[in-house]
Design a protein around this ligand. Structure first.
Ligand code: BG6
Ligand code: BG6
Ligand code: GLC
Ligand code: GLC
Length: 943
């Protein structure tokens, strides 16, 4: 009976089809299409997660932006050194690319050498590993007689996950495959390579681009096939990249066009997303790997692990008696004894079984024929699963591309590389078949990159080189706007000298230093209703100000804004003042106060020679004004005459003040430390409280009483009796008119040809040189001149100089402010430029933003240097070691520009370290200040 049983046992054992036995054993590895579609859907979800800024940090699949924005277009050219690092071979290459020719037409020539990486370096110090790389590079240069003197652009294929912020900057996120060198994680690998090149010495290399092998593969294949929009590696590791719409790549600014995304799909499953597909063999492979818990998908697919998976299955089946009659050898127990090359050999079409036997025998096993069939089948199941998983991942990517492009059908080429794909006899066919089955609507071509990834890396580098050379030229153009600390110190010194000269000189001086006849900042006792008229900024304003005596802070304001048409600004003086009278009449009508004969203060934001608070002779027009017959005339009289001509209402014009003075007074009402007024608007100017004794060009300092007409309340009587000491303490606000700095040539060393052009095209050439470098009316024009130059040089707008770009005045301060706003995406910059009639692409927008930044930064720094001169002068006037002071500020540039005020303050601080300067923006413009001055002047008159 026992014999019968034994016979039947052996009989059934012999009868059992060895492949069926394996099929049953590896049931979990045989994935049918539903499961593949399920995996594909999961991977699509992972891709979304990785692309979104919100979920990226937690995503297993990192979807890394590569900063490669286009596939080859045939315009790439040049000669490059290349390093190919991270696959099964480390290579140094020289790649020559000829413009306009695909690889097949011989457009690329390559010379390469493979260098061995000693095993201990894989897990040693990172710097040593990189030193080996650069030593190999140097050896190659020597061997091939490549010039060591010349600077060589270098393309770096680095096949590990890197977080790239630019083409030539990428932090290594983690090692994968068999690399584990210490001290590189989180470091910029490009910088590590540069440092190593420096350490090795004797070479001049410019590392222009670092690319993942998937990206390089896509680019290599893209040189011959414009449909190539994805790259796939099935080698030591596995990974894929593809061209994603930039609007979906949250981690990179900009919404226009595409960018290649390195999916790093090897990490799919690291968060458990594939747990239900993972077998005990996968778990064992993972546990024994360099990086347990990481690269789960890769470990089911790639060359580094396939042989190991087969070995573990064979071992297990032998152990449970399903192979080799239950016998196991030491070799079979040893990690790494079955390799991917073995797997490929076992699946060879004709010799597969024979190969299997040889391989097993080399493992000290004595396989039967059935054992060989079974082991070959194990190999097939493991490698089939691998290609199925790749097909599922690829299906997800291609489906995404199809949706992105809103296509029902998609024609696409996938560039492929890697030892598994290239050496496994069945792999490509199986993969292609399953992909096409999973994606019936896609016409997918697979292009083998049979010459490695370096061609592609060189193509990326060629584009980077073009961009870098463009950037260099743009930087060079903008370098004339960059001022060193020394230059700013010089500007401060020149401003200081200008202020001193202006205080002394009776004749014309670059900085006019005009006495304002304002002796005090407000004391809060001002009261009553006043009309404030404000001419000289962007608009003309009429305003009613009501100070209430009891409640000091209770100021009420009503105002109306009137634009001044260009033809009035530049017509006759009579027309201009008639226009003002008309606006005032309109305002009084609007307020119902035509018969009130209000006391009025006139903010007139141009340089006026004053002999009293209520007279002011216009020295010269500035900014856009050039009305005739005004210069040399008293503007108060001109306004009075215009009002008389109108004969509708009467006004008592009690004071004329510059906008800086009005602004200082208005802010001083809030903060008694405010003794400086600054305007950074259409024009620029500063006033400050100066010691009367220093205003040498007038008789004021001699304390002659008649010169004090218009001093604040009660002052006149006291002045008559002032002791010499008290008279020396007396201060008066001086309107510096600092915009004139440089009119004597003192700024010629920092003035650029663009500034000269702007000056020449202005209504007052040669005048207000400082103002023309720093104020809102001119910054946009400087920007326009630079853009014109860059466009003519082919660096912008594809070299097209349009009529719009030739139009003066297109860039107002508000546009500069918007363009420079940090919150604005490049797409919005582009839409602003489009509104202005400038058709820009993403790179153009970046350059325009840079130009605006350079011009406005210089403006703010120059104002800061000027302010440092003013505050240090005040400090020294008062013999103080340290000065605390407030500056009242107004003007659209200060208030609207995102960076101007910050740079101004920083520069002031750096250049006047012994002063603490607080900048206080004026709330209601200079009108309130003018009204305050009027209140004092009126009181004076009444006495
Ligand atoms: C090569 C590339 O062709 O393919 C390598 O040049 C890349 O950079 C490799 O890593 C992938 O294959 P393997 O099998 O060498 O890892
Ligand atoms: C306003 C003043 O508040 O600021 C004006 O009242 C002054 O007189 C102006 O000229 C400066 O700003 P902008 O930007 O209008 O020149
Ligand atoms: C690993 C790396 C990846 C690379 C792939 C193929 O997965 O992490 O960057 O592309 O191997 O070499
Ligand atoms: C111009 C004027 C000046 C004014 C400044 C700001 O520089 O000459 O008086 O203060 O612009 O508006």
């Amino acid at each position: 009976m026992l014999a019968v049983h034994l016979v039947s046992f052996f009989f059934t054992k012999l009868q059992e089809d060895p492949t069926k036995k394996v099929d049953r054993f590896l049931h979990a590895m045989r994935l049918h299409d539903d499961q593949l579609n399920d995996i594909s859907a999961r991977f699509q979800a992972e891709m979304k997660k990785g692309l979104s800024a919100e979920s990226n940090a937690a995503a297993a699949v990192k979807m890394l932006p590569t900063h490669v924005r286009s596939t080859p277009d045939g315009s790439e050219k040049g000669q490059f050194m290349a390093l190919d690092f991270g696959g099964s071979k480390f290579k140094v290459l020289q790649v020559k690319v000829r413009e306009g020719m695909g690889i097949r037409k011989g457009g690329v020539e390559m010379d390469e050498k493979t260098y061995r990486i000693p095993k201990e370096l894989l897990t040693g110090r990172g710097t040593e590993l990189f030193d080996h790389v650069t030593e190999s590079l140097k050896d190659f240069l020597h061997e091939r007689n490549i010039s060591l003197e010349k600077k060589h652009p270098l393309a770096f294929t680095f096949s590990f996950p890197c977080e790239q912020t630019a083409l030539n900057r990428g932090l290594l996120l983690s090692w994968s495959k068999n690399f584990r060198a210490r001290g590189l994680q989180g470091k910029d690998v490009v910088q590590v390579l540069r440092d190593s090149i420096d350490r090795t010495g004797g070479m001049d290399m410019e590392v222009l681009a670092m690319v993942n092998d998937t990206v390089a593969t896509m680019m290599t294949c893209g040189f011959d096939d414009q449909y190539c929009q994805a790259g796939l590696i099935i080698g030591t590791g596995t990974n894929a990249c593809y061209m994603e719409e930039l609007r979906h790549v949250d981690l990179v600014e900009g919404d226009e066009g595409r960018m290649c995304v390195n999916t790093e799909w090897g990490a799919f499953g690291d968060d458990g997303a594939l747990d239900d597909f993972i077998t005990e063999f996968d778990r064992d492979v993972d546990a024994a790997s360099n990086n347990p818990g990481k690269q789960i998908f890769e470990k089911m697919i790639s060359g580094m692990y396939l042989g190991e998976l087969v070995r573990l299955v064979v071992l297990k089946m032998a152990k449970v008696g399903k192979l080799f009659d239950g016998r196991v050898s030491d070799a079979l127990r040893t990690k790494g004894k079955i390799t991917t090359a073995h797997v490929a050999a076992m699946e060879e079409y004709k010799n597969g079984l024979k190969n299997t036997r040889t391989i097993l025998e080399e493992l000290d096993l004595s396989p039967s024929d059935d054992d060989c069939i079974a082991v070959q089948h194990i190999s097939t199941i493991v490698s089939f699963r691998s290609s199925n998983l790749v097909a599922a991942g690829l299906a997800a990517i291609l489906t995404r591309i199809k949706h992105n492009r809103n296509r029902r059908a998609l024609r696409i080429t996938v560039g492929v590389d890697g030892t598994v794909y290239k050496t496994h006899p069945q792999y490509p066919k199986r993969l292609h078949k399953v992909v096409r089955r999973l994606l019936p609507d896609c016409h997918v071509r697979f292009a083998l990159s049979d010459s490695g990834s370096s061609k592609g890396a060189a193509l990326v580098t060629a584009v980077a080189q073009r961009l870098a050379s463009r950037k260099r030229q743009v930087d060079e153009t903008l370098s004339s706007f960059k001022l060193s600390q020394e230059q700013l110190q010089l500007v401060k010194a020149r401003m200081r000298a200008g202020l001193e000269a202006g205080l002394k000189s009776k004749g014309p001086s670059a900085i006019k230093m005009l006495p304002s006849f304002v002796y005090h900042t407000p004391d809060g006792t001002e009261n009553g209703k006043y009309l404030a008229l404000d001419l000289g900024g962007t608009n003309f304003r009429a305003m009613l100000v009501n100070f209430k005596k009891s409640l000091q802070q209770n100021v009420r304001l009503y105002h109306k804004i009137y634009t001044i048409p260009l033809e009035i600004m530049q017509g006759t003086g009579e027309e201009l003042f008639d226009h003002l009278a008309q606006c005032i009449g309109d305002f009084l009508d609007y307020m119902g106060m035509k018969n009130a004969r209000l006391p009025a203060g006139f903010t007139f934001s141009f340089p006026c020679e004053q002999t009293a608070i209520d007279t002011g002779t216009l020295v010269s027009w500035t900014k856009g004004f050039k009305a005739t017959n005004c210069e040399g005339h008293d503007v108060v009289s001109m306004l009075r005459e215009a009002i008389k001509r109108r004969n509708e209402f009467e006004l008592d014009i009690a004071a004329v003040v510059n906008d800086t003075v009005g602004t200082m007074m208005s802010c001083a009402y809030e903060d008694p430390q405010c003794e400086i007024g600054l305007i950074a608007g259409t024009g620029t100017n500063v006033c400050y409280m100066e010691e009367v004794k220093n205003i040498e060009k007038t008789e004021l300092q001699k304390g002659k009483p008649e010169k004090f007409k218009g001093t604040p309340d009660g002052e006149q009587d006291e002045v008559e009796e002032l002791s010499q000491g008290a008279a020396e303490m007396l201060k008066m606000c001086v309107n510096t008119e600092w915009g004139g700095l440089g009119d004597d040539g003192s700024l010629d060393d920092i003035i650029t040809p663009y500034d000269t052009e702007v000056d020449q095209n202005s209504v007052n050439p040669g005048k207000q040189r400082f103002e023309k470098l720093t104020s809102g009316m001119y910054l946009g024009e400087i920007v326009r001149q630079v853009l014109l130059d860059l466009t003519r040089g082919g660096l912008l707008f594809r070299g097209h100089v349009t009529e719009t770009l030739k139009t003066p005045g297109i860039f107002q301060t508000k546009y500069l402010s918007q363009i420079e706003s940090d919150r604005l995406a490049l797409l919005q910059v582009r839409s602003i430029l489009q509104q202005l009639g400038l058709n820009s692409n993403c790179d153009d927008s970046i350059i325009v933003k840079e130009v605006c930044g350079a011009v406005s930064r210089r403006a703010a720094q120059l104002c800061g240097a000027g302010m440092a001169a003013v505050v240090d002068k005040i400090r020294e006037n008062r013999g103080l070691d340290h000065l605390n002071i407030t500056v009242g500020v107004d003007g659209a540039l200060y208030k609207l520009h995102p960076h101007f005020s910050g740079v101004l303050q920083k520069t002031t601080k750096a250049l006047a370290p012994r002063c603490d300067v607080t900048f206080l923006p004026s709330e209601e413009g200079s009108g309130k200040g003018a009204a305050l001055i009027t209140a004092v002047a009126r009181k004076k008159k009444e006495i």
